[in-house]
Design a protein around this ligand. Structure first.
Ligand SMILES: [Zn+2]
Length: 359
């Protein structure tokens, strides 16, 4: 029917929508990403794409205004440039659409940048972290998105005598998981390399935060990719140490984890605040959202911190000519143990200057 120019597009896997304004492709769409909503768009004959959110009464009015030469977008294709998409129309025409590239400094990948190890800050001790750090989570350029919205089914706490260093949010296998903030993908590793985390992504953000996304059925970004908040990065699953489909989501600063519920209200799909003051005692597994700072401080003193930098642990910096075998021998351990400690494979190519945990 010629007069149909209002179409309903629900991109189940990409949640992509178009906007004509200067904010660009994703700029105005962020909220839509957050609610994973259905997107209505109008198309008319001069390739102008106008986003509207109105309901059906308005459809009638618009019907009078446009009638002929309507092109309906039928598909969106990726190009070699991840910031450029091709939109295909049903009349055989197409156009390029540029996505605003996130503004991420290169320097973000200079420090502790290891794409083969989930935890790259193992040599940073908790005692060396500042007592307090102020993190700006969003500003006029950098936005946010709930990675997956739903009730938290398991909190940041000691669980089954082990620290559970993130939150679990139940989902269905295949549900889209989104980048929480703009950043660079540091780790995109399969279950065989990460054990408990399953297929996991770690994204580093401009303020120094890292977000972890575990148990994915599949990830669709790779190490080094710059991603925007709200960009689809993978699909929910139950890989690794998991009893059912869920997203295991962690927030870490310099390798130390704290309760992600301090940043997001997952159930309501909101950001708690644009600025987050991260205090050192928040890194305790006994510290969680909802406590006063005094309660958090007291709780953090109750039991010894279970963090990944106990003094018993030892590290070694790889030198020229080293092999895993030589390093294992030197430290009275085995190649297998080294691989377990560092989450690496036996055939991993060692780099001079790389730090390996040996105890
Ligand atoms: Zn979990």
């Amino acid at each position: 029917m010629k007069k149909i120019f209002v179409i309903l597009i629900c991109f189940l896997f990409s949640s992509v929508a178009f906007a004509q304004d200067n904010n660009g492709f994703f700029g105005r769409m962020k909220e839509r990403f957050v609610v994973h909503d259905t997107v209505y768009i109008y198309i008319h004959d001069n390739d102008t794409i106008v986003n509207v959110e109105d309901d059906e009464e308005d459809d009638e009015e618009e019907d009078e205004e446009f009638s002929e030469g309507i092109a309906i977008p039928v598909d969106t294709l990726s190009t070699a440039d991840r910031y450029c998409k091709v939109v295909l129309f049903d009349n055989g025409t197409w156009l390029y659409y540029n996505i605003e590239k996130p503004d991420i400094p290169d320097s973000l990948s200079y420090d502790h940048w290891d794409t083969q190890t989930v935890h790259s800050y193992r040599d940073v001790a908790l005692k060396d972290l500042p007592d307090e750090v102020v993190l700006r989570l969003v500003d006029s350029v950098h936005r946010w998105c709930i990675p997956y919205s739903g009730p938290v089914t398991s909190q940041f706490k000691i669980r089954w005598h082990r620290p559970h260093r993130g939150v679990d949010i139940a989902l269905h296998i295949g549900d889209v998981v989104y980048a929480a903030f703009d950043g660079i993908v540091r780790v995109a590793l399969p279950t065989s390399m990460t054990g408990g985390y399953g297929n996991v992504l770690v994204i580093r953000h401009a303020n120094g935060l890292e977000t972890y996304y575990g148990h994915l059925s599949k990830y669709i970004v790779k190490s080094g990719d710059v991603v925007k908040a709200g960009e689809a990065i993978g699909y929910g699953g139950s890989t690794g140490r998991s009893t059912g489909p869920h997203l295991h989501f962690e927030t870490r600063y310099m390798g130390q984890s704290f309760d992600p519920e301090r940043i997001f209200d997952f159930e309501n799909g909101t950001l708690r605040d644009e600025v987050f003051v991260l205090k050192k005692h928040y890194f305790s597994i006994n510290s969680h959202y909802g406590q006063t700072d005094q309660q958090s401080l007291n709780a953090s003193k109750k039991t010894p911190q279970d963090n990944s930098t106990k003094s018993k642990k030892a590290y070694y910096t790889v030198k020229k000519g080293d092999t895993l075998g030589k390093i294992a021998q030197k430290h009275g351990t085995t190649i297998k143990k080294l691989c377990q400690l560092n989450g690496i494979r036996q055939n991993k190519v060692l780099q001079i200057g790389q730090r390996l945990r040996v105890k």
